[in-house]
Design a binder for this molecule. Structure first.
Ligand SMILES: NC(=O)c1ccc[n+]([C@@H]2O[C@H](COP(=O)([O-])OP(=O)(O)OC[C@H]3O[C@@H](n4cnc5c(N)ncnc54)[C@H](OP(=O)(O)O)[C@@H]3O)[C@@H](O)[C@H]2O)c1
Length: 288
């Protein structure tokens, strides 16, 4: 299969590319900087979709970037560009995959959300996911449309772990705020695995939650304890909620101080088998 991956140079994109190569697929990245191995977004807009069997979009500015307009446009505009290119293609691809986030669902300490649960209209992140997913819609397209709503992606060399590993290595890590808030997470190999599973299947389409099956039972405090334990360190120093709000601003701090219990119901029903269903195994693999 020839797979075109927007934002394929990033943390998730590198893991997905490795997995696709290992399964014999060809991968072309779309990037802000085109070169001989990549095409640029401008090239895509002007010349249309190159021949391919599947398209994935992973492009997006860091969500904690203080410039909200960039956070939104880097997702919605790249998704729009790809959706338009797919709609205009003479030979459209068979599958079109977008990775968004579980920020779609309302943060709650108790409610559990499956792919069928409502959301998408109450705060910055939920509205972002709504407009991002709306940009991917292509009426009457022969391409199977797939959205993977991802939790916090845990892996080596990027994402959340790379930002918190040093305080934890120094024994200065701890839960954020009360630590009681749910912590929806997925190992990077499973997120890449779900995308690949969706591409290779011949009939999957719709929404799939990209979180581990044990994710609904994981709180931020549990995560801090498990990470510290995988590193052989204590996790004694909670970061107070006011400090998180002071650094990230009240709106963005919601993502860190509140969370969602998300169940990967359709993902499991689709036959995907998680490599890392449990947090302790996932973290041992990552910090090894
Ligand atoms: N990592 C997580 O925990 C997590 C959780 C939920 C959802 N997601 C979503 O999954 C996707 C991939 O995440 P990731 O962690 O792999 O992201 P990443 O490493 O931060 O970035 C992905 C790619 O997006 C492109 N990009 C960055 N800023 C851009 C901009 N302003 N305009 C256009 N492209 C831009 C970059 O590619 P070039 O430099 O080559 O252009 C970058 O390599 C993102 O959309 C993210 O929101 C991630």
């Amino acid at each position: 299969m020839r797979v075109l991956v927007g934002g394929g140079t990033g943390f998730v994109g590198r893991a997905l590319t490795q997995l696709l190569w290992s399964r014999g697929h060809e991968v072309t990245h779309i990037s802000r900087q085109g070169d001989k191995d990549r095409i640029s977004w401008e090239e895509l807009s002007h010349s249309g979709l190159p021949r391919c069997d599947a398209v994935v979009n992973l492009a997006g500015e860091n969500v904690l970037n203080p410039f909200r307009r960039d956070v939104i446009s880097s997702r919605v505009e790249t998704t729009n560009t790809l959706a338009k290119a797919i709609a205009d293609a003479e030979q459209p691809p068979h599958a079109w995959v977008l990775v968004t986030g579980v920020g779609y669902y309302h943060p709650s300490p108790t409610a559990e959300y499956t792919e069928d649960s409502p959301g998408g209209d109450f705060d910055f992140f939920s509205r972002l996911v709504s407009s991002w997913e709306a940009a991917a819609l292509i009426p009457q397209s022969p391409a199977r449309g797939i959205v993977v709503r991802s939790g916090v992606v845990l892996g080596q060399g990027g994402g959340a772990i790379s930002q918190m590993i040093w305080p934890f290595r120094l024994g200065l890590g701890g839960p954020l705020g009360s630590g009681l808030q749910p912590f929806p997470w997925i190992h990077i190999r499973d997120l890449a695995g779900i995308i690949c599973h969706a591409l290779e299947s011949e009939c999957l389409q719709g929404i799939f939650n990209g979180v581990s099956p044990s994710s609904p039972a994981t709180s931020n405090g549990t995560f801090a304890q498990e990470l510290a334990s995988a590193l052989g360190r204590p996790a004694l120093l909670p970061v107070p909620a006011w400090a998180v709000r002071a650094v990230f601003g009240a709106e963005r701090a919601i993502m860190l101080l509140e969370g969602q219990k998300v169940v990967p119901k359709r993902t499991l029903e689709s036959g995907y088998r998680f490599i890392f269903p449990d947090l302790s195994g996932a973290l041992k693999d990552i910090v090894a």
